[in-house]
Design a protein around this ligand. Structure first.
Ligand SMILES: [Zn+2]
Length: 146
């Protein structure tokens, strides 16, 4: 359930989305806020100007949080974002240790504004070569076989 305080921070994320568009990029913006509402970092989509398909603001901020903040601070940080994170960003947000995301526009609502990109899921094949890959991975985790 979002609060009035959440809405103020979401409005800043929407303003960042407008800035992204003004800078020649898709209109998405995000920020990270501490529990007291202090903005820790903010970013905009730069996929076109950076020629980087991963330059979504949510992904950049999640990477920043994991690199610059301690784990307890990351866990207490909320991401505010103009649009619901895509599957790529959602995975990185989870990997970073963030535990709360507040978005304005849902991914489903976005599809009513912007049709899908038409890219089908990529088929993945495997597992294969289990013993060979296990010899590389297992020592890293020091896994003991029963
Ligand atoms: Zn994304």
């Amino acid at each position: 359930m979002t609060t009035t305080a959440d809405h103020a921070l979401l409005r800043r994320a929407v303003a960042l989305a407008a800035e992204a568009r003004e800078n020649g990029n898709p209109p998405y913006g995000s920020l990270l806020a501490a529990p007291d509402g202090t903005v820790l970092a903010e970013d905009r989509n730069t996929t076109l100007t950076d020629r980087d398909i991963t330059a979504h603001p949510e992904l950049k901020l999640a990477r920043w949080a994991a690199a610059e903040l301690d784990a307890a601070t990351v866990a207490a940080t909320t991401m505010y974002t103009s649009c619901e994170p895509c599957t790529m960003c959602a995975a990185v947000i989870q990997q970073a240790g963030l535990r709360r995301v507040v978005f304005a526009l849902s991914g489903e609502q976005l599809l009513t504004i912007r049709p899908g990109n038409g890219r089908p899921p990529v088929p993945q094949e495997g597992p294969a070569l289990l013993e060979e890959v296990r010899a590389v991975v297992e020592p890293y985790y020091d896994v003991r076989r029963p």
